[in-house]
Each structure stands twice: as C-alpha cells, then as structure tokens.
Design a binder for this molecule. Structure first.
Ligand SMILES: C[S@@+](CC[C@H](N)C(=O)[O-])C[C@H]1O[C@@H](n2cnc3c(N)ncnc32)[C@H](O)[C@@H]1O
Length: 208
C-alpha cells in the first residue's frame, strides 16, 4: 500500500483528496479504477463484463453491472464477453479486464481456459472482447492490459486494443513489486514485466 503522503499526491478530488493522478503509479487496482473514472467523470451504470472477484469495486458506491462467464463470479449476469447480450451503446462506461494468458495446462488453467490454447487464440479472444465492449459502450471504455512473453514473443495487448478502438484518451502504467514468476524460466532475454497498462478510450475524442 502507498503511504498517505503518496495518496495525497496521487488521488483525485472525488476521493476526498486534492491532487492530480500521475501517469505511472503504484496503487491497488480499486484506486486505479476510481482514479480513472473520476478523471473522465464517468457516467453510470458501469458494465464490468469480467467481474472476477470484484477487486476493482472494493468500497465503491458506483452502480456497477457485474458479468462473468463463471457463474460463481458473475455478480449480476453470466455472459460471454465475445457476444455481450446488450445493445449498441447501452452503457456509458465499460471496464474490461480479460485473462491475459492462453491455457497451457498450467495450474492457472481454470482461469485461462476461455482464452484458447495458444497466443493466437488468446489474441483473437482479447480482440473480440474489446470489440464487444466498444460496441456496447457509448462514452468511456477502460481496458486493463497485462503484457507478457509467450512462446518467445511479447504479447502487446495495448496495441491490439488500439487496433480495435483507435488512439487512447489516456494511458496509465501501474507498477507492481513482483513479476508473476512462471517457474519454468530462470533467465530470459526480455525485460521482466512489472507493470500493467490501463488504456482509456473515449468515443467523444481526445480533446480535453
Ligand atoms: C483477470 S480476471 C478479472 C479480475 C477482476 N477485474 C477483479 O477485480 O477481480 C478475468 C475474468 O474474466 C472471466 N472470463 C474469462 N473469459 C470470459 C468470457 N469469455 N466472458 C466473460 N468472462 C470471462 C474469468 O472468469 C475471470 O473472472
């Protein structure tokens, strides 16, 4: 957790604290999400079609429609993010946080089983999900992208999201202390990923 002093520097006014949100932060995801939603004055209801454990919404008072393909994780509705059961532009705000890895029979296989069995299938699922989220969004879409190396190639999720939605309105880098250790590789010639990218897309354009 950041110290109170860090929070004073970082959190937006809507959290009751003065100060701008910086472009690189080390904050828990619920504060990252609240910071971005405040920055863009996000309207509600907010669709979260990958609700998971609901970590993004810890302590929130916002009206969130939580969906997931896993019935034990779907707060309001069981759905598939590649075919969302909503009309075009139905939600003013959508927040998307898909699994970031294909299923390779690892111990995380349950989490990743819907993303296909290799990086090509995983990318196709990711793109289909971003396209659906963009379709049902009338104003703001936030996509959390987790970079990683798979099959000796970097998987540039932010670029795939930009390919679908166009230039982002904002791009927030969130650092974390530890990389997820794969266990198989003790050395590799790539940068160790210690961050996630949160991209904000705005149907109203990039003017501010
Ligand atoms: C990275 S987790 C989301 C974590 C969440 N943001 C939180 O704060 O706990 C991804 C979620 O997407 C769900 N998921 C995977 N494939 C899906 C699909 N095709 N449609 C809907 N949900 C899916 C998984 O069940 C998992 O709960």
């Amino acid at each position: 957790m950041p110290s109170n002093l860090d929070l004073l520097d970082i959190l937006p006014q809507s959290l009751g604290v003065q100060g701008p949100l910086m472009s690189v932060v080390k904050l828990p995801s619920e504060l990252v999400i609240e910071g971005l939603l405040s920055l863009v004055q996000a309207q509600e209801p907010i669709l979260d079609p990958t609700y998971g454990n609901g970590t993004f919404w810890k302590g929130t008072k916002r009206k969130v429609v939580g969906g997931d393909c896993d019935p034990t994780r779907a707060k309001d509705i069981v759905l598939d993010f590649t075919a969302l059961p909503f009309t075009d532009g139905q939600f003013p705000t959508v927040v998307f946080d898909p699994p970031f890895h294909p299923d390779v029979n690892s111990r995380e296989s349950v989490r990743f089983k819907h993303m296909g069995s290799d990086e090509k299938q995983m990318q196709a699922q990711f793109r289909a999900g971003v396209a659906e989220c963009w379709r049902v969004c009338s104003h703001i879409l936030i996509v959390k992208c987790q970079g990683f190396i798979h099959n000796h190639r970097p998987q540039w999720m932010p670029l795939w999201a930009i390919d679908v939605c166009g230039e982002p309105f904002e791009w927030l880098v969130v650092m974390r202390d530890q990389k997820v250790i794969s266990g198989r590789w003790t050395s590799c010639n790539s940068l160790r990923r210690n961050h996630a990218d949160y991209l904000v897309f705005n149907r109203g354009g990039n003017h501010r």
